[in-house]
Ligand binder design. Structure first.
Ligand SMILES: [Zn+2]
Ligand SMILES: [Zn+2]
Length: 315
């Protein structure tokens, strides 16, 4: 167990000395520019995600649905699959290009802390990496290089953090991917049954070996993604319901926040009471645009592993 004494070196007791050299003035870069993380690994993973959906789209359309003689079957399944795939990609795009809840960079300045009008003895946390005053439940992401409010995890597949502002889009993305995977698997089973009864040459425009290889690849992709995204969807809904983010669970943090009931958590994450808008990646979470910083309450004198700024008691 580490002694608390060395950690005390991080404590800045004088508000007057609070002008870290490396801190730039607060920037409000989210207002005019689109949020996009320039991380090579994340960009590659996001492109792979889109390519995999395109591959599934290709096999479903050109190997299974178009060569089928049953027009109703093709139309119904084609419409369902394409609509779900479109919603999945739209959710992916929104999850990737929505600010997950980044705390303004470099706002740990003397002026900003004074403007918070903190009471003597009150404690705020400063992130040493991005020089921001950390609101309660925010964590620093080393990929985004920012502190993210209610950060759940950084997902390379959407090349972004999952936080309080984009969790809905991430949940929808996992749900729609699970649904198209399930739908594709069902269609593959039907196609195999149909082709075994019929002549292989007639049930696909591709050669029989190419058809089988493409269908097996789709099966493999569908199964893998069905399992992965269903687990992810379940985990996300569970974390919304229990009001505990993935990172808080991982770190075993003792809740200092007041937990909200499951249904309230769902309404907060999805931006309002239950409606069809919950399923739409196009509706905005309009209630999440303020830059306010909630100050965590911590017992006076408690040493926490981050930089702690304690407002000195007046004499
Ligand atoms: Zn930070
Ligand atoms: Zn991140």
């Amino acid at each position: 167990m580490r002694s608390p004494v060395p950690r005390f070196r991080d404590v800045e007791r004088q508000v007057a000395s609070l002008q870290p050299v490396q801190c730039d003035p607060p920037c409000h870069d989210r207002q005019n520019t689109m949020w996009f993380i320039r991380d090579a690994c994340g960009i590659v993973c996001a492109i792979i995600t889109w390519l995999l959906v395109m591959f599934a789209e290709f096999v479903v359309l050109f190997v299974m649905l178009l060569p089928t003689k049953n027009l109703t079957y093709s139309l119904v399944n084609g419409t369902i699959f394409n609509s779900l795939a479109f919603l999945a990609l739209a959710s992916h795009f929104r999850a990737m290009c929505t600010d997950p809840g980044a705390v303004p960079k470099g706002n740990a300045t003397k002026e900003y802390i004074e403007s918070l009008q903190l009471k003597p003895g009150q404690v705020v946390y400063k992130c040493p990496k991005c020089c921001s005053i950390k609101p309660d439940r925010a964590h620093h992401c080393s990929v985004c290089k920012r502190c993210i409010r209610k950060m759940d995890h950084h997902c390379p597949w959407v090349n972004n953090c999952v936080g309080e502002n984009n969790q809905k889009y991430f949940v929808l993305f996992t749900m729609y991917i699970a649904l198209i995977s399930l739908h594709a698997l069902i269609m593959v089973v039907f196609h195999f049954l149909y082709c075994f009864e019929d002549d292989w040459m007639k049930c696909s425009t591709f050669s029989p070996p190419a058809t089988v290889i493409l269908l097996i690849l789709l099966c493999f992709e569908g199964l893998l993604f069905l399992i992965f995204t269903s687990v992810m969807f379940g985990t996300q809904v569970h974390s919304i319901c229990t009001d505990e983010t993935g990172i808080e669970k991982l770190k075993g943090e003792i809740p200092r926040w007041e937990k909200i009931p499951c249904w309230e958590g769902m309404k907060e994450a999805f931006g309002g009471p239950l409606s069809l808008a919950w399923l739409s990646p196009f509706t905005d979470l309009s209630c999440r645009t303020d830059d306010s910083t909630s100050i965590p309450e911590a017992p006076q004198g408690e040493i926490i592993e981050e930089d702690v700024i304690e407002i000195p008691l007046r004499h």
